[in-house]
Design a protein around this ligand. Structure first.
Ligand code: SF4
Length: 386
C-alpha cells in the first residue's frame, strides 16, 4: 500500500505562486495597455501604480488563494486548468506584507483572490488579512481590496470601511457577453448590485465624515467574445453615472493555454487605448456617449483617436484659441484638460500667435493645428516632405 505525503508549501513558495499569479494580471499586458492602466513598472509581485493625484505607489499585488471554483474562460486561475493551488492564511499574508512595508519595498497592498468554496468564505479570509493589518499591526497605508461577486452585504460594508479603494471586475458589458466569457457568473445582482452597495456605502460615509474607501473601479476583458466598443462604453458611462465609478480598466484578451479560448487570437492593444481615450472624453472632456464616433458595427476607429474622428465629422469651423471657453478648448484634438487650463492662463498674459507657444503649453500641435485660429489666423503648419 502506497502512502501519499502532502507537503504544505512554505510562505516563500506561496509568495512565488500567489504573488506571481497576481502580478501576471498586470505584467502580462502590452506596454500601451500598461501605461493606460496606470502601471509604470512591474517586478514580480511588486509594481508601480500611478496615484490619482500624480506620482506612483509601489504596490504588493497578491492573491489570498489561487484556488477557484469558477471556470472563467479568460482566466489562468480557472478551475478548468490544472495548476498548483495554494492559499495564504490571513496571518501569513499580513506578516509578509508588513515585512515588505517596513523594509520599504512596498507602499501599499492590492489584494485579490480566487473564489473558494464560496463568495462569503473568500471575503472572510481577505477581510481577516486586512483586519490584522489595520487593527493588529496598526497599518494605515494604502489598501486596494477586490470585492467578490455575490458576497453578502456585511462583507461589502466591512471592505468599504477598511480599504482605500475597492473594485469588482465586471469583465463584460452585460449578461449575454458575460455568459459567453464566465458561464458561472451573474451580472445584475451579484456583480453590479454589489458595486451599487459599495457605491452607496462610500457615499454615506462621505456624508457622515467617516473614513472609508474613496474610489471604486472595475475592469473589462476586451476582445474575447465579440462585444462591441459601443456595448462596453454604454456600461462604463452607466457606471460613472449610477455608481460614481472612478475608473474602468480595459484588459485586452490574451489566450491562456489549455483554456476553452486557447485558439482564439489575442486582441489588438490599440483597441484598449481607444477605449481609454473615449472614457476620458466622457469623464473629463464633457462629451456625451451619443457623440462617440462608433462605426456601424459599434467599433471605434483604430487609426486615429476618437477625438480626432469626432473633430473630422463635427469641427467644421476653426476655434480661436484666444477666446474659446474651456469646454470648447478640450474638444480640439491635441488639447487636454491640463493644456486647456494652461492656454487660459497664458492668454491672460499675452495673445497666442504661433504653434511654438502652444507646444510649450503641452498641446500636441500637429493634431490641433487644422482646427484652430491663433489671433485670427490659421497657424502656419510645416508640411512634411516625406
Ligand atoms: S472567479 Fe476570478 S479567479 Fe475564479 S476563474 Fe473567474 S476570474 Fe478567475
Amino acid at each position: 500500500m502506497s502512502t501519499t505525503i502532502i507537503v504544505e508549501p512554505d510562505v516563500q513558495q506561496k509568495l512565488a505562486i500567489l504573488g506571481g499569479e497576481a502580478a501576471d494580471e498586470v505584467t502580462d499586458v502590452p506596454a500601451t495597455q500598461s501605461i493606460q492602466q496606470g502601471i509604470t513598472h512591474a517586478t514580480g509581485f511588486l509594481y508601480d501604480a500611478r496615484r490619482e493625484g500624480g506620482g506612483t505607489t509601489r504596490l504588493f499585488k497578491v492573491l489570498q488563494t489561487n484556488a477557484c471554483r469558477f471556470a472563467c474562460k479568460y482566466c489562468f486561475t480557472s478551475c478548468a486548468i490544472r495548476r498548483k493551488r495554494t492559499t495564504f492564511k490571513p496571518d501569513e499574508l499580513a506578516t509578509t506584507f508588513i515585512s515588505l512595508s517596513r523594509n520599504r519595498m512596498a507602499e501599499g497592498l492590492f489584494l485579490s483572490s480566487g473564489i473558494v468554496p464560496d463568495a462569503d468564505t473568500t471575503m472572510e479570509q481577505m477581510l481577516a488579512t486586512v483586519e490584522r493589518l489595520r487593527l493588529r499591526e496598526g497599518y494605515t497605508g494604502y489598501i486596494h481590496l477586490k470585492l467578490i461577486p455575490g458576497a453578502s452585504f456585511a462583507y461589502i460594508e466591512r471592505a468599504v470601511e477598511l480599504a482605500d479603494r475597492v473594485s469588482l471586475n465586471l469583465e463584460a458589458p452585460n449578461q449575454e457577453r458575460l455568459s459567453a466569457l464566465a458561464p458561472d457568473k451573474e451580472f445584475s445582482a451579484s456583480m453590479w448590485g454589489r458595486m451599487a452597495w459599495a457605491a452607496e456605502l462610500m457615499k454615506q460615509a462621505r456624508r457622515e465624515g467617516r473614513k472609508a474607501a474613496r474610489s471604486l473601479t472595475t475592469q473589462f476583458v476586451v476582445g474575447a467574445v465579440g462585444e462591441s466598443d459601443r456595448e462596453l462604453l454604454a456600461t462604463v458611462q452607466r457606471a460613472h453615472r449610477e455608481l460614481g465609478l472612478w475608473r474602468a480598466y480595459f484588459s485586452v484578451f490574451h489566450p491562456i493555454a489549455r483554456s476553452p479560448l486557447a485558439d482564439q487570437p489575442a486582441e489588438d492593444p490599440t483597441r484598449a487605448l481607444r477605449l481609454y481615450q473615449s472614457d476620458f472624453m466622457l469623464r473629463d472632456y464633457g462629451f456625451s456617449y451619443d457623440e462617440l464616433p462608433f462605426d456601424a458595427q459599434g467599433l471605434l476607429p483604430r487609426d486615429r483617436t476618437p477625438k480626432q474622428a469626432w473633430a473630422e465629422r463635427h469641427l467644421h469651423e476653426p476655434i480661436e484659441l484666444n477666446r474659446a471657453p474651456r469646454h470648447i478648448l478640450v474638444r480640439v484634438p491635441g488639447i487636454g484638460p491640463r493644456s486647456a487650463d494652461r492656454i487660459i492662463a497664458a492668454r491672460r498674459q499675452s495673445r497666442l500667435r504661433d504653434l511654438s507657444q502652444l507646444k510649450a503649453l503641452g498641446v500636441t500641435t500637429g493634431w490641433a493645428a487644422p482646427y484652430v485660429l491663433l489671433d485670427g489666423r490659421r497657424p502656419a503648419v510645416q508640411l512634411s516632405l516625406w
